[in-house]
Design a protein around this ligand. Sequence first.
Ligand code: SF4
Length: 127
Amino acid sequence: MSVEEALEYIKSHPEGALQSDLWKVLKIDSRKCSRIVAKLLKDNIVTRAVESVDGIRTYRLFCSEKSHSRRFDPLLAVDAFEPCAGCIEECIPEHCANLSEWIFSIVMGEDGEISIDKIHLEKSGKS
Ligand code: SF4
């Protein structure tokens, strides 16, 4: 059992992972789990809040690392970055190909190209 595995488990629970679950899931004893958590706390990688589960005191652990991909998620459509951020073009949004493309990729989602092909096939009556 490593610190990395514990951190992965905590990261996979954005609502917070209970320390009393962590040592069971990772099949280690609670003392070893406490040492791992102490290291993560010392390195400021996780934070914790006291919680009581069935009358037993434990901690809810939260990952304090900010994921860059999640931070910029509102600006991403599939993997295309929002085109207006940092744009220095003369702006006429109604005629902006970059903006239109970006909005289209939001509407079409991850399988956008497949969907576009389907639309073309349906329009041509080949579906
Ligand atoms: S709409 Fe087009 S031109 Fe205007 S800021 Fe966005 S990307 Fe630039």
